[in-house]
Each structure stands twice: as structure tokens, then as C-alpha cells.
Design a protein around this ligand. Structure first.
Ligand SMILES: [Zn+2]
Length: 316
């Protein structure tokens, strides 16, 4: 299996519970990935900061040269989608790791923009349940474009089953739980299978995802601390793992509660035996210590590691 980096990224060179450890102990199986059919493109590789010159978190998955899945939709990522030359009419699924601004704010811009396309295919949205701090997937849609009380009610027909519109937005809540860390298949259509597990991101429900297509597997941590320990099993033997490198090793306080340290990323990637590790969601505090981050990760993971920029593309 060959991992091909298509564009211009910089070549940079433990908490597992018993259930997760058991799933990790199996033999590595040979990959049947039809690499030439799949591409993973970065639409946003940074966190919420204004000064970084890149869009906030978002990833685009191509299958047979059609854009099929978007993972997160952080601010600025729609502009990157335009630059990717993808057709939004081809996208069938948007996965949301959680509903922080830097992962979701461009959603209504896609829906308004799609009004001027010939989109007729329904759009499936999947994301976690909410709390008093963040909306659930369904609440996010209602509060964004719902015709009753949404911020942009003039877009409400797309989410209202009884109204006339060119296509429908269908949203599904995934029950987030700190106690049920089973990996669940939550989508399996048109040659695309999606698995998910709940992750720990402080008080904010968050999901990790694994997207399987054409025999290839792409895994996404979203924002998480690693405390639940379920992500290595979800990413097991993945062709590509996208992990969020938001903090340096010596972070303390709230950032350390919410995010993974480089050592944890190394441990996770090593246990999961992924073929390529992409580090994204960098912030000023982690961007300035990339060399140290690499050294810490490489103590526990010997595979290829890259820090991609927006629009970089990878074949698994
Ligand atoms: Zn977050």
C-alpha cells in the first residue's frame, strides 16, 4: 500500500481501556484499498484563531473524482471548497465532530450557495447530541436555518419535509455517551460506510469518525483529549488518520482538558498502526513547536507524519 501525497504539504518528516485494548490486539490485515479512487483534501487545517492565514477545520473526501463527504465545516472552508473545484451537488454526507464555531460555522453558507446550483440530491447530516453548552445536530440545523426560530429562516424549506424545495436536508443525532464507547456504524450507502465513537472534549459532546470507501479507510479524531481511549480502535489500520494538534506537550488548564498532547497523538497513532498521520487544527501555541511535537510523536509512532496546509490532497 502506497500513500501518495499529491500537493505541497510540508514533509515534517494512554488511555486505552480493556475493551479497546482487546480490539487492538489482532493481526494487521493487508489493505485492499483502491488508492487511485480516493482522495482526502484539506479544506481547513487550523483552529479558531484569526491570525493563521488558513481556514478552520474541514476535510473533503473524494471518490472516483466526485466530492462525496465533508467532515466539519469551519469558517473559511467554503472558500477552500470553491478552490478545490468540487461540485456541492455531488456531496451526499456532512459529518460534524462537534458544534464549536471553528468546526461548523460555514454550514449555512453551503446551503445558501447550493441554492444557485442544480442540486437535487438530499443531503444527510450527522453529528452528536448536545448539552446546554452546544447544540445537537438537529438543534444546530433548526437554530441555523429552521423556518421557526432559525437564524436564517428564509432557508428553512430545505429542512422542512412538508415544504417544497429542490432537495432536503436530513439530520441525525448520534447519542454521545461517556459510558458507551462501542464503535457504531452510522451510515452505509452508495459505497460509503461511516463508523463513529464518542470522544472526550471537556463538556462538549464530540465524535471521532472512520470513513471507509473503495477498500480504504480514513479516520478523524475531531477535537478530543484522549481521555476515553476509544479512538485507537476506531482508527485501527487506517490508511490515513487526521489528528488535531491544538496544544503543546506542556499545556495546562482548559486547553489540556480539551485537547490531546503530542505524546498522546503518538501513542494513539502507534496503537492504531495507521499508515499516514496528518496533524491539523494547529494553533499558535502548537505551530511554534512543531519540531518538538514531531520528536514526541515519533517516540511512539514510526509511520509517516505530515503537517498539511489548506487544499493539500492525499491518496491513501
Ligand atoms: Zn472544539
Amino acid at each position: 500500500m502506497k500513500i501518495v501525497f499529491i500537493s505541497f504539504a510540508l514533509l515534517a518528516c494512554l488511555y486505552a481501556n480493556n475493551a479497546v485494548s482487546a480490539q487492538l490486539s489482532g493481526q494487521v490485515t493487508p489493505s485492499s484499498c483502491q488508492s487511485q479512487r480516493v482522495r482526502l483534501q484539506m479544506l481547513g487545517t487550523r483552529g479558531p484563531e484569526i491570525l493563521d492565514g488558513q481556514a478552520s477545520t474541514s476535510y473533503l473526501i473524494w471518490l472516483d473524482n466526485k466530492a462525496r463527504v465533508i467532515v466539519d465545516a469551519g469558517p473559511g472552508s467554503l472558500q477552500r471548497f470553491e478552490q478545490s473545484k468540487a461540485d456541492f451537488s455531488d456531496v451526499e454526507l456532512m459529518l460534524f465532530s462537534h458544534f464549536h464555531v471553528d468546526h461548523s460555522a460555514d454550514f449555512p453558507t453551503y446551503i445558501k450557495g447550493a441554492f444557485f446550483t442544480d442540486r437535487s440530491k438530499d443531503l444527510q447530516l450527522i453529528g452528536p447530541t448536545g448539552t446546554k453548552y452546544v447544540a445537537s445536530m438537529k438543534q444546530f440545523v433548526e437554530r441555523s436555518i429552521g423556518s421557526k426560530g432559525g437564524l436564517y429562516p428564509y432557508l428553512g424549506d430545505f429542512a422542512d419535509a412538508t415544504a417544497r424545495s429542490a432537495y432536503k436536508i436530513k439530520s441525525q443525532n448520534i447519542k454521545w455517551s461517556s459510558r458507551d464507547l462501542q464503535i457504531r456504524t452510522i451510515y452505509n450507502q452508495h459505497g460509503i460506510k461511516v463508523k463513529t465513537v464518542s470522544t472526550h472534549h471537556g463538556p462538549f459532546p464530540s465524535q471521532g469518525y472512520r470513513v471507509e470507501l473503495a477498500g480504504c479507510s480514513l479516520a478523524f479524531t475531531g477535537d478530543m483529549s484522549g481521555k476515553f481511549g476509544a479512538m485507537p480502535a476506531l482508527a485501527k489500520n487506517a490508511d490515513i488518520l487526521v489528528a488535531h494538534n491544538a496544544i503543546p506537550e506542556d499545556a495546562t488548564g482548559i486547553p489540556a482538558l480539551l485537547h490531546m498532547t503530542p505524546s498522546y497523538i503518538g501513542s494513539m497513532a502507534g496503537k492504531a498502526n495507521v499508515k499516514l498521520l496528518l496533524l491539523t487544527h494547529l494553533m499558535k501555541r502548537s505551530l511554534s513547536v512543531k519540531k518538538q511535537t514531531l520528536q514526541l510523536i515519533q517516540k511512539k509512532y514510526q509511520g509517516k507524519i505530515l503537517f498539511p496546509n489548506d487544499l493539500d490532497q492525499f491518496q491513501p
